[in-house]
Design a protein around this ligand. Structure first.
Ligand code: GLA
Length: 387
């Protein structure tokens, strides 16, 4: 669904529910990570881009000390009072908004009562950061409601904290940062320690980013994410380093005998992934697609074997991609996001997009019995005010 249609739909529902048109409409995109997985919370490097899938919020102040949210996606509504400390509550998705409100309140910004309609074209639970898109859209709307703009990095940190405290996921900074600072036709090489972002132009018309949603989400996802983060922190401690960002492969090998076998593999993934990500950024920059593709496949293997966050369906997509190969127009493919289901991201020759889409959909269904959703996206601009 186009952003225009979503804007119109949300404005119409707002007028129907509240009785007058919305004063403001904002949008925040989801993201896909080209490479650099599970590195952000290790102070490392990531190469994401915002995608042309959005969460849209239409809103206006109301006369009460209360917030009413209507979701076009779930058909549900949530109403809660604006206490000094906004708390978690039902339905679950409202917690992303509640968490962002709490962040504004903690900064002593006085949040007025408001009504809002929320729409989204970011698939939920697909590893494309539907939650970050909702947090960032909410923060962008709250900036208008309180009449004060936050510094973009502070805004990303506020949204990340909402995810930690209101959704219980100890995520890194990549998703929120990308949804705020995405640029049209550019991926971002982000150093998650310094938070310095280097734009990586992606303007080669012959190459397209194709996203393949396995349409599965295994239950393990959240618990295993926190476990991986703790394992990495433990590995850094046993290497006597502030974080795995500071470790080299040589240092890791030197400690191998005194380290737990699982911790060793987790650390090896992070160390090698940081290297691959920086090299892949150079490859993309110089249109060296063959190398970029190789790094993507290597990233997937490392996530599957060393980090153990892939699953049967994601592995099936990557194996099928390898089968199509460069000759068939497939340059590279890997799982993207936290893992245990969700999406794979691939780089394909633009001329082969229709053929690969069909071939992948058929072969994936034959192999798994599940229908995939496949769509291309150009790198999109970050959160913005539409009205
Ligand atoms: C999720 C988190 C991110 C990042 C990825 C894995 O998307 O929200 O911070 O850790 O997983 O790379």
């Amino acid at each position: 669904m186009s952003l225009e249609t979503m804007t119109q739909r949300s404005a119409e529902l707002f007028a129907k529910c509240v009785g007058h048109p919305p004063k403001w409409i904002v949008a925040a995109p989801g993201r896909v990570n080209l490479i650099g997985e599970h590195t952000d919370y290790n102070d490392g490097f990531v190469l994401p881009m915002a995608i042309e899938r959005y969460t849209v919020i239409a809103a206006d102040r109301n006369k009460f000390r209360q917030v009413t949210l209507h979701s076009l996606t779930t058909g549900e509504s949530a109403t809660f009072p604006l206490r000094a400390d906004v708390e978690r509550g039902e339905p679950a998705w409202s917690n992303y908004v509640r968490g962002v409100i709490a962040g504004f309140q903690q900064r002593k910004l006085k949040v007025p009562g408001f009504d809002a309609v929320i729409d989204s074209s970011v698939p939920f639970g697909g590893g494309l950061s539907s939650s970050a898109a909702l947090e960032v859209a909410a923060a962008t709307m709250l900036e208008l409601l309180v009449g004060s703009e936050l510094d973009p990095i502070e805004k990303a940190l506020l949204c990340q904290k909402a995810e930690h405290e209101f959704a219980g996921v100890p995520c890194g900074i990549m998703d929120q940062f990308t949804s705020i600072l995405g640029q049209q036709n550019q991926a971002i090489l982000l150093d998650c320690r310094t938070r310095v972002a280097e734009p990586v132009p992606m303007t080669d018309p012959d190459v397209t980013v194709l996203i393949i949603n396995t349409n599965v989400r295994h239950k393990l996802a959240d618990g295993e994410y926190a476990k991986r983060r703790a394992q990495c922190e433990a590995a850094a401690r046993s290497l006597k380093l502030p974080s795995l960002r500071d470790a080299s492969e040589r240092e890791l090998l030197a400690c191998q005998s005194s380290m737990d076998e699982v911790a060793f593999r987790r650390a090896r993934h992070v160390i090698t992934e940081n290297k691959r990500t920086q090299k892949a950024a150079r490859a993309v920059q110089t249109s060296d697609w063959e190398s970029a593709g190789r790094f993507m496949y290597a990233s997937h293997a490392s996530l599957r074997d060393d980090y153990e966050v892939s699953c049967r369906e994601l592995d099936a997509v990557v194996e099928l991609a390898q089968g199509i190969g460069e000759g068939g127009g497939m340059l590279g493919c890997r799982m993207t996001g936290a893992g245990f289901g969700g999406c794979a991201v691939s780089l394909v020759k633009t001329a082969s997009v229709p053929h690969i889409t069909k071939q992948m959909a058929d072969a994936y269904e034959k192999k798994t019995g599940i229908q995939a959703t496949i769509f291309p996206s150009r790198p999109a601009a970050g959160a913005r005010v539409l009205k």
